[in-house]
Design a protein around this ligand. Structure first.
Ligand SMILES: Nc1ncnc2c1ncn2[C@@H]1O[C@H](COP(=O)(O)OP(=O)(O)O)[C@@H](O)[C@H]1O
Ligand SMILES: [Mg+2]
Length: 318
């Protein structure tokens, strides 16, 4: 059994409750959401919580299916169906019998294949290439799309009839930036994994790291978060991961600086956050930080005192 999705946000709680209900049904499910937000994981979860859990889970990665190869890949072929067909071979549709057929990134399915798939989904019947026997499709269908499939229909890139067949139950996974409450539980779960495999001794994140993790917009969603944690353990020593071990991209994104505030920051707040960031990026050196900020060391010291930014023994002068 693969791992269950980790979440804490209200949005995900609602979605997962819905997913559990849907898992028990037979209707096709369409998972929509940006790349990296957990569609593959949710597809497996649906499979494992459905009545076909004991059956196979077969993934069809649609972007890598060329129109020529796909047909025999999908439908299988009989002996002699084409020059190289020395033996009969079952296709992916047959392989999924009794289980789930997962059409990953279905938005990239070639138009000719969209037509062929429509028939299969509609009639639940198909033939191997060169075959006369009609086989029946006995698999749950789950599709995923990382673009708005309805939009793809509107612009003529995706068949409307196929869309309606696949999207009987649409489930939309929100991007990570719309459910920031999930960031920390996810990061801790990835950290636990790494510790369990002996790759780190770290057990948690320091406050400055938490600010960055929560504030960053995560354009690559959970996949990017996972990679960030994997990278962080390489740079961190001890039990706590600090901001300095996180990828620079987290620091370079201005929004990260005023994370967690309900309104836009004032200039003062921004100045304070930026000073903190530069000090940190410069390893605590007042001299280098002052140079980056374009002010004197004395002015920097004044500002730190005014903003209550630690001017004590944590300073590292070089
Ligand atoms: N809720 C979650 N809990 C735990 N891991 C997750 C969660 N969502 C995504 N992941 C992990 O993030 C990575 C990307 O997820 P994936 O399902 O492949 O995304 P997608 O198919 O939407 O691109 C995978 O390693 C997956 O295990
Ligand atoms: Mg995927």
């Amino acid at each position: 059994m693969s791992r269950a999705p980790v979440f804490a946000s209200a949005a995900m709680r609602e979605l997962m409750a819905q997913a559990l209900r849907v898992a028990a049904a037979r209707s096709p499910v369409l998972l929509e959401g940006e790349s990296g937000c957990g569609k593959d994981l949710l597809a497996r979860y649906l499979h494992e919580h459905g009545e076909r859990a004991a059956g196979p889970f077969v993934t069809l990665h649609c972007p890598s299916l060329s129109a020529e190869l796909a047909e025999s890949e999908l439908f299988g072929h009989e002996k002699g169906a084409f020059t190289d067909a020395r033996m009969a071979k079952p296709g992916r549709l047959e392989a999924a019998e009794g289980g789930t057929l997962y059409l990953d990134q279905v938005q990239d399915l070639e138009p000719t294949l969209q037509a062929k798939l429509l028939r299969v989904v509609e009639e639940r019947r198909f033939e191997r290439l060169g075959g006369t026997r009609t086989l029946s499709l006995d698999a749950r269908i789950i599709a995923s799309a990382n673009v708005d499939l309805r939009q793809a229909v509107a612009t003529g890139r995706f068949r409307e009839d196929l869309f309606h067949r696949l999207a009987v139950v649409p489930l939309r996974l929100p991007p990570l930036r719309e459910r920031r409450e999930d960031v920390l539980p996810l990061a801790l779960c990835f950290l636990d994994d790494l510790r369990g495999r002996g790759r780190t001794a770290a057990r948690g994140f320091a406050d400055d790291a938490l600010v960055l993790l929560r504030g960053y917009s995560w354009p690559g969603n959970v996949r990017e978060l996972r990679a960030a944690v994997e990278r962080a353990v390489l740079y961190a020593d001890g039990e706590t991961i600090g901001a300095a071990a996180l990828p620079g991209t987290l620091l370079e994104q201005p929004q990260t600086l005023w994370a967690g505030q309900s309104s836009r920051p004032t200039l003062k707040q921004l100045e304070q956050a930026y000073i903190r960031y530069v000090l940190q990026a410069e390893g605590g050196s007042q001299t280098r930080a002052a140079a980056v900020l374009g002010i004197s060391r004395k002015a920097l010291w004044e500002k730190r005192r005014r903003y209550g930014l630690d001017t004590g023994p944590a300073d590292k002068e070089q």
